[in-house]
Design a binder for this molecule. Structure first.
Ligand SMILES: [Zn+2]
Length: 106
């Protein structure tokens, strides 16, 4: 058995579901780190290791993309979150930065 991921306990069901869709049998092993934080290691048979890693990587990059999306709107020029939002017909929302005056759409 090899570990393909160490995850926070709440993150495992989603990854396990993806693994089962790919017909990759997996087991969970809970490890307690020195800091006292509990992590779930996802273990697969050696022969499933590479495919398992791919599933985890795909899941992880989707998590990152979703987190980025949630972090919301910011000025593309100076990074400020201080902006005015205007609805423009057929364009959607446009934004004007209150700090540097840059206009941007999202
Ligand atoms: Zn700006």
């Amino acid at each position: 058995m090899k570990a393909i991921a160490s995850l926070e306990v709440g993150q495992t069901p989603e990854v396990l579901e993806r693994l089962s869709k790919e017909a990759i049998p997996a087991e969970i092993r809970t490890v307690t780190q020195e800091s006292g934080l509990e992590l779930s290691e996802i273990m697969v048979e050696d022969s499933f290791y590479e495919r398992g890693c791919e599933v985890v990587e795909t899941w992880y990059s989707q998590q990152l993309a979703a987190a980025k999306k949630r972090s919301g709107v910011y000025c593309r020029k100076c990074g400020s979150r201080n902006y005015d939002r205007t609805w423009v017909e057929r364009v959607g929302y446009t934004y004007k930065c209150k700090v540097c005056g840059y206009d941007f759409a999202c």
